[in-house]
Design a protein around this ligand. Structure first.
Ligand SMILES: C[S@@+](CC[C@H](N)C(=O)[O-])C[C@H]1O[C@@H](n2cnc3c(N)ncnc32)[C@H](O)[C@@H]1O
Length: 243
């Protein structure tokens, strides 16, 4: 094999979170979901351990905020659980904090939900909900929201509803972390610009509306953005803090 192809293969293998390929997760279930509903899944591979580490890092600081209620469990929301690649890392991270916790995992795809239930039913602190996060209303707020929702491939009105939902669901001083693929927005915008020349609708305008909603969200609450290159595809993680 050519040297460059070998390096690429090794990077890809490191970047794929192998928990999603294991037998108990339902072999190849992630890719079956991609084939079933590519727009809703919005990815070609589960998040890597590097992505999981960066996107869940604010769990470690929970409890340091003035607003934290001592007698309450730490509440975490994972939006878009998929087949649990990030959930497994979040669970490991939560095992190291010295507080009780509750992790709500929201996933819209019923087949992925089955995988999640099979993988995490051993842990009474993890609750799997097969639901659309834009209508999720648990009656309490979260210290940390971790989202791997594919915003760039979802319709803009849904993105607006989810952003508003996150604002409502996060506690004051709570964290919201989400990711997007590096350069994907630019490539998609250029492609839609060309497409607009041939169709009557305005797909580029619709797409740019979504990009604007997210950049306004970051302008208002963003605290940090980090690149994670070891992921299929390289991603940028945005961390926001509510006030
Ligand atoms: C990019 S995948 C990430 C999966 C997993 N967290 C990982 O990193 O491998 C996005 C997930 O979000 C789910 N999803 C999309 N829209 C959703 C919605 N409105 N509510 C809940 N989950 C949703 C998809 O079904 C998919 O499992």
């Amino acid at each position: 094999m050519h040297h460059r192809s070998l390096c690429l293969t090794i990077i890809l293998l490191f970047s794929v979170n192998t928990t999603c390929l294991s037998k108990e997760s339902g072999f190849l279930s992630f890719w079956m979901g991609v084939l079933r509903n590519p727009e809703q899944v919005g990815a070609i591979a589960p998040g890597s351990p590097f992505l999981a580490k960066e996107i869940s890092k604010h769990i470690d600081t929970v409890g340091m905020q003035d607003s934290f209620e001592i007698n309450q469990p730490v509440r975490i929301l994972e939006a878009g659980g998929g087949c649990g690649a990030l959930t497994a890392d979040i669970e490991k991270r939560l095992a190291h904090i010295d507080k009780s916790y509750l992790l709500d995992v929201i996933e819209i795809d019923p087949d992925y939900c089955e995988v999640l239930v099979a993988k995490f039913s051993h842990n009474p602190n993890i609750h799997i909900h097969c639901a659309d996060v834009s209508t999720w209303n648990p009656g309490y707020q979260y210290d940390v929201i971790i989202s791997s929702l594919p915003f760039t491939s979802l319709p803009s009105d849904l993105v607006i509803r989810i952003v508003e939902q996150f604002k409502k669901l996060a506690k004051k001083e709570g964290f919201i972390s989400y990711f997007e693929y590096i350069l994907l927005a630019d490539v998609k915008s250029a492609y839609l610009g060309v497409k607009e020349l041939f169709v009557e609708e305005h797909p580029k305008k619709e797409f740019e509306k979504k990009v604007r909603i997210l950049s306004d969200f970051r302008r208002d609450f963003g605290i940090e953005s980090k690149h994670v290159l070891l992921n299929v595809m390289p991603a940028q993680i945005h961390h926001l803090k509510m006030y």
